[in-house]
Design a protein around this ligand. Structure first.
Ligand SMILES: [Zn+2]
Length: 353
């Protein structure tokens, strides 16, 4: 366009130089118009260029904005990726913690199993010890060497009485046998108990008919008369000829000093074995059931061959009350119970007790 206008101007100037005056004015006018057009065209061109530049600049700005936005999105995506990575790491930590908790639980379970196994082993050891008659449990009031596995001989003096059936029932309940050193009574409600003692498998022995120390120890004749009265009475009632005897007050009571050795010789001649004791429940005096219990279990541990003195006579209720607990405790310590018989080594006061 500009080239065409310039060619036009050049042609007109050639005409002006070579043309006539009349036409010259017209040409000059045309030339002015052409110049004006040229300026206009130039101006339009400039305007268009500027507009184009502005458009380009706007477009560039737009591109820059887009790029910035894209960068922003990329940054957001990177941030999101970072968050995802953090979440994954957190999940991994949680998994590790869960695994650690699982390991701890397993370890706790293993410890529990070990504890159970230890307990089972302990129980087995206790059972084996019990089977061998040895207890690992230290007896209450333990004062001497503990060997366990001993036989204990429970003996009941001064019966039968109204308490005898209760004693017999307790012994039956624990399936153990004992020894009864009896006295004389003809009370109709008591008399059947002599036979009941024998019927239930216990040993019946002679104590005394009257239990009057001054009478029975006053002379050998008096002693023999008392002895024979109860001996024959028991034999008649039960069919048993007693082989065991217990001195009233014990063999070494000062009350029998005058005839003691004569009595011992007479008993030996009759084939009668006398038995003292080396453990008492203390019911010769008034005791509570708790005292009766402790008197036995606290002292029996000192005896390798324990023979226990109790009474099933009048007012000995605490003896009956303490009896089950005594039996249970001694059984738990590995004791077994047996009745006396002529094969059992006797305890003799002043000699071997
Ligand atoms: Zn007595």
């Amino acid at each position: 366009m500009t080239a065409i206008v310039l060619c036009g101007l050049l042609a007109l100037q050639m005409i002006l130089i070579s043309g006539c005056t009349a036409k010259r004015t017209a040409v000059e006018t045309m030339l002015q118009e052409l110049n004006s057009s040229l300026q206009s065209v130039q101006q339009q061109s400039v305007d268009a260029s500027e507009a184009s530049i502005q458009a380009s600049q706007a477009e560039a700005a737009s591109i820059q904005a887009s790029q910035a936005e894209a960068a922003s999105i990329q940054a957001s995506q990177a941030e999101a990726a970072s968050i995802q990575a953090s979440q994954a790491e957190a999940a991994s930590i949680q998994a590790s913690q869960a695994e650690a908790a699982s390991i701890q639980a397993s370890q706790a379970e293993a410890a529990s199993i070990q504890a159970s196994q230890a307990e089972a082993a302990s129980i087995q050891a206790s059972q084996e010890q019990a089977a061998q008659g040895v207890t690992s449990q230290p007896p209450e009031g333990h004062q001497g060497p503990w060997v366990g596995g001993r036989t204990v001989y429970l003996t009941f003096d001064d019966g039968p009485s109204y308490l005898t059936p209760q004693v017999l029932d307790i012994l039956d309940r624990y399936q153990i046998k004992a020894t009864f050193f009896v006295t004389y009574t003809d009370k109709p409600e008591i008399v059947p108990y002599y036979s009941e003692i024998v019927r239930r498998g216990h040993t019946i022995g002679i104590h005394t008919a009257s239990h009057e120390y001054e009478q029975i120890y006053s002379s050998m004749d008096a002693f023999v008369a008392d002895f024979d009265k109860i001996y024959n009475y028991v034999r008649d009632l039960t069919g048993v000829s007693c082989q065991l005897y217990r001195f009233p007050g014990g063999s070494t009571t000062g009350l029998n000093l005058g005839i003691r050795e004569q009595v011992k010789a007479w008993l030996q001649q009759r084939g009668i074995i006398y038995h003292d004791w080396n453990v008492v429940n203390g019911d010769g005096a008034t005791v509570t059931a708790d005292e009766a219990y402790h008197n036995v279990v606290d002292n029996i541990v000192q005896r390798t061959h324990p023979i226990v003195l109790m009474h099933d006579g009048v007012k000995k209720e605490t003896t009956v009350e303490a009896l089950p607990r005594i039996i249970e405790t001694l059984q738990s310590w590995g004791f077994t119970f047996a009745p006396l018989d002529p094969s059992v080594e006797p305890i003799h006061h002043g000699i071997n007790w």
